[in-house]
Design a protein around this ligand. Structure first.
Ligand code: FES
Length: 179
């Protein structure tokens, strides 16, 4: 028998969403978030568990998981830095922020630092276009960034696991404690 990776708590959290939707398959995005919060990324086993809970095929789950940049299909660092690269942010310096992050972290986009603390990704608009350049780190926004502000944020995250420079509005509740 296949070993399940999602806990009973995660399964219950997914099933608690059922009454909110017309059918089980509509819970897929919420279920993937729950699975990712618990496992840290969407492993093959986690996606198979989600498929079983929602009566979907693993391929149907993978198709959705691989479409959205908020889902990680391979292990990531403790802090996942998603840099908005869309036009409004690009016009006010997203490119410089990306260069600075790569230099400071010693990794390229798509990579994770050897200590497992930071992963760096590029994403499309995060709906904070008036306050660019901006990034989302786990579930929090950091806006109107400068290289100096980035340095302070990274130092805070390394030292304390959080930074007072975080701003709203994106703060979803998390199951597994990533904040
Ligand atoms: S263009 Fe960056 S948040 Fe919209």
């Amino acid at each position: 028998m296949r070993l399940k990776i999602l806990s009973d708590k995660a399964k219950a959290a997914i099933e608690a969403e059922f009454p909110k939707y017309p059918d089980k398959r509509s819970v897929l995005l919420a279920a993937l978030r729950t699975a990712q919060d618990e496992v840290g990324y969407l492993s093959e086993a986690a996606m198979v568990d989600v498929a079983e809970i929602l009566d979907l095929t693993p391929v149907q789950v993978y198709d959705v998981a691989s479409f959205y940049t908020l889902f990680n299909l391979k292990p990531v660092g403790k802090h996942v830095i998603q840099v908005c690269k869309t036009l409004s942010c690009a016009l006010v310096g997203a490119g410089g922020i990306i260069e600075h992050l790569q230099g400071r972290l010693g990794i390229r986009v798509g990579e994770t630092t050897p200590d497992g603390l930071f992963s760096l990704k590029l994403v499309e608009c995060l709906a904070s276009c008036g306050t660019g350049p901006m990034v989302q780190i786990n579930n929090r926004y950091y806006e109107q960034l400068t290289p100096e502000k980035i340095d302070r944020i990274l130092d805070d995250l390394k030292r304390e696991g959080k930074s007072s420079l975080a701003s709203g509005p994106f703060q979803l509740p998390v199951l597994g404690g990533r904040s």
